[in-house]
Design a binder for this molecule. Structure first.
Ligand code: HEM
Length: 159
């Protein structure tokens, strides 16, 4: 059961990373509506990931690395950076969404984001997403790598 939850957690975080890239692609093309939809989907997927991940932790399921010793350092570097940035990603995403939401409320619609009352929120949105997007992608990609490494070199310690 916990192993299946773990599998779905990885699927949702990888899908959220893909949706994030699609959302960036849309805004680069100037398609704000599609950008908003993609980013809300990415955020929903990341929220599902968080719920699954916490459920798995609650079930006490864990795998430890039992692979080649010469890769241990690199593996733990990946794991620790992944955990720290995953924790940072939550407030980063919340602030990015919050500013987008406040900007949209102030503008009235996505065609009016240049209005002075909305502009400051979207300026903040742009400033925050400069960090949010790379951190989110790093977390999604390393989460996938860690899953693959533990599939090959992992040993269940509980559960
Ligand atoms: C956490 C989720 C989100 C992320 C990671 C994100 C990411 C981005 C990125 C990378 C840009 C381009 C910034 C730049 O050109 O410097 C951007 C711009 C923009 N985003 Fe988002 N976005 C998110 C959610 C949303 C939502 C929900 C909305 C809808 C209200 C939205 C509306 C916009 C708009 C209108 C722009 C263009 C701003 C401008 O041209 O000044 N974003 N976003």
């Amino acid at each position: 059961m916990a192993a299946i939850i773990n599998q779905w957690a990885v699927i949702t975080i990888v899908l959220s990373g893909i949706t994030l890239v699609i959302g960036v692609f849309f805004i680069r093309r100037g398609n704000r509506e599609a950008h908003m939809r993609a980013m809300l989907t990415a955020s929903a997927l990341a929220t599902i990931f968080l719920v699954l991940y916490l459920t798995r932790l609650g079930l006490g399921y864990e795998k430890k690395y039992v692979g080649p010793a010469e890769w241990r350092g690199a593996y733990y570097f990946l794991l620790i950076s992944h955990i720290i940035l995953a924790a940072a990603n939550l407030p980063l995403a919340v602030v990015a969404l919050w500013n987008a939401w406040k900007g949209l409320r102030a503008a009235g619609n996505l065609g009016n984001i240049g209005a002075p009352v909305a502009r400051r929120f979207f300026d903040r949105h742009r400033a925050w997403v400069r960090w949010t997007v790379p951190v989110w992608l790093y977390v999604a990609v390393t989460g996938w790598i860690i899953y693959l490494v533990l599939g090959r070199y992992g040993q269940v310690v509980q559960g």
